[in-house]
Design a binder for this molecule. Structure first.
Ligand SMILES: [Zn+2]
Length: 179
């Protein structure tokens, strides 16, 4: 039975751990974590989730980009489970844009990220997948990947003035005509 799990909030120690590499995704423990990650993410309007966010310190993450009130400009994409993901930057520079996090409710901040990355991960079928991600998806990947290394997006904020309340973010989005 899958269940919506409680999302670890900033301050929870599990968000600060180096997550362990997954050896056997078919094990009942891993299968239950994966199913609960999908169920928990679907219960939110987030575009990604990492296993540590449901207090499971494993190198597992899901990217599920879809437009929503929270991310009006997000591209549509089938949810993908990534096992033991890795990436390298293809862009030299980083660009700042808004991020939020289910583990840090109520705020948004501008975070510098690589705009083009090459990612490698194992999928559920055990295949090694290599893909290039750009812009929003690249940003979501780097955000979730940080969770596997005990980092949250606030760690990457360059200036406290880049942090704003979610209600102000909503106003900003409304006034800028969506983008
Ligand atoms: Zn997050």
């Amino acid at each position: 039975m899958s269940q919506v799990r409680e999302i670890a909030q900033l301050g929870a120690q599990v968000l600060r751990l180096q997550a362990k590499e997954v050896q056997n995704i078919q094990s009942p423990e891993m299968q239950s974590i994966v199913i609960d990650m999908f169920t928990t993410l679907a219960d939110t309007n987030g575009v990604g989730i990492a296993a540590p966010q449901i207090s499971a310190s494993w190198r597992l993450m899901i990217i599920a980009s879809r437009p929503s009130e929270r991310y009006p400009y997000a591209p549509e994409m089938e949810p993908v489970l990534m096992i033991n993901p890795e990436f390298s930057a293809l862009s030299e520079t980083k660009e700042k844009d808004w991020e939020g996090c289910l583990s840090i409710p109520g705020i948004r901040a501008k975070v510098p990220r690589y705009t083009r990355i090459k990612v490698n991960y194992t999928n559920t079928a055990g295949e090694t997948i290599s893909q290039v991600f750009e812009d929003f998806i690249a940003r979501v990947f780097q955000h979730e990947y940080d969770h596997l290394n005990g980092l949250v997006y606030l760690d990457r904020v360059e200036n406290n003035r880049d942090i704003i309340a979610e209600v102000e973010f909503a106003k900003l989005m409304a006034s800028s005509g969506k983008d």
